[in-house]
Design a protein. Sequence first.
Length: 607
Amino acid sequence: VKVENIRNISIIAHVDAGKSTLSDRLLEITGALKKNSGKTQVLDTLTVEKERGITVKANCVSLLYHYKNETYLINITDTPGHIDFSNEVARSLTIASSGAVLLIDANHGIQAQTLANYSMAVSKNLKIIPVINKIDLKNANPEKVTEDLLMMLNIDPDDVLKISAKLGTGVEEVLHHVIEKIPHPQADRSTSLFRAHLIDSHYDRYRGALNLMFIKDGEISLDQEIQSYETGKTYTVRSLSILTPDEVKANKLKAGQIGLIGCNMRNSKDAIIGDTYFLKHTTIEPLQAFKKLQPLVFAGIYPQDNSQHLALKNAIEKLVLNDSCVTVSPDTSPALGHGFRLGFLGLLHMEVFSQRLEQEHDSTPIITAPNVTYKIKIKDIKGILSKYNGKNIIEVSNPKHFPNPLDVEEYFEPTVIATIITPQPYLGQIISLCVEKRGIQQTSVNLDNDRILLKYILPLNEVILDFHDHVKSLSSGFASFDYEENEYVSSNLVKLEILLNSVPVDELSMICHPRNVELRARELAAKLKELIPRQMVEIRIQACVANKVIARETIKAFRKDVTQWLYGGDVTRRKKLLKQQAEGKKKMRMIANIHVPRDTFIKVLKR
Ligand code: GDP
Ligand code: MG
């Protein structure tokens, strides 16, 4: 297929708008997927995606489509809708796409993420095809959504397609618009100077890192030698393939195409998203580098026991290859030993990462409570400053590094600018939520007769945990929420310490605002009581601020033998119970001489 007949696009939208379902239909139309195969969301290949029903990785597929006596190659990237995975969207919009299909749910209308995605696509100069999905639904009101698109984004109603991805209605027309309206990639086949842009990478046990690349110029064949612009390292091309979505081998990839290149890359740090690859011994201009998003929340990650430290390190490295905005640095903890401190875009991102470690890399580490990074100004007094290596401002994202409050001059915490779109009936509750979370209203605009757009400045630590879930549940799913980073502001902070049988456990401690600390303390203590199983000894849970106990709970001691009530002496049943108990213990970690289940650290944070 010639360059003029190639289209590289991304499908973008808020969560549940039907991106993955539309991708399924496109695969069917082009014959890549059999009709009525019963398979859904085929591009969601990861176990975690199937289990949670959400897309977390931007996945690319190459399709052939015949239109007006011509054959077109359409490379489609299905992207995630949740804000925690916006690095994936940024990546696919920046590196290979020349256009985007923007989906809007006919039932829910324009959402906060729709605006965020739209402006991201516009900022990359991408051609946008607006598509209203789910017109089959009873309450769908595509005309109203079309009006909103005109009003809010100045989108011409004549350009708006109306489809049902589920039933297939209007889906072919999406392809026609893609072909007619989206420009073909800027790619040059006449040159001998091969250049390719690294889009994504994943680890393959046998072949090392497999790199998804957009071939910008020239062509590449098996056995040729390529070089990375960023690292200078060279590799021999061992395998070439395109994704249909199954891997199909190729001998050659040409400018305009997107394909996988296997070159026995063993060190996963060498695959840098946005890097330029070229033929060894040639001189080229590098392609635009990709600025990945910076993590906002940080958590400790530790092996279940220290013998698994190296295995965990390897697993993390392999997974980070496929999730490039996660940052990793070594860390140690008195209770949990040697581990790592990882940075994520949010709590969901962190949970998905942990689940993927387990499902794809067979690693079941302990992850501690996430924290944002605070900036703390130390009193400008010699004896005090020297305790902090003479640093005037320290950055703290780990409660164990929280300074003595007497040494502190001023606290600063990161904030975000949040956009919330809500139907009128939920406005009161949404505003109360924002106030409870220490939000400061910036604007409130009526979008139309029944919907309001709010902008709030909110502390990041109040939004990372469950703010999104709250917005959704308060509004029966109709309000939507998105945020962007904002500056640090002066604040007040305390360290909420958790003690188990009088032993402080930093891994369960957290930094919070004094206004919420009592509520948080009670919630934490109660939640721990629920999560930690009864044991041989009584367990006292105390939540303290500045050595003052502000909440407490007790877990009563257990009887010696779980099976002793099973009189009648059914031996097999008795054995089975003891075995279950022993296996349960394997999933625990000894902290302060208490068995604590491995997922306690994250579960305590959820209501
Ligand atoms: P994504 O998060 O944007 O990828 O959305 P999905 O493709 O995973 O779809 C979310 C839900 O909406 C699924 O339950 C789909 O079956 C459903 N859905 C998608 N498209 C349509 C449609 O056109 N009509 C109806 N009624 N439901 C749809
Ligand atoms: Mg999806």
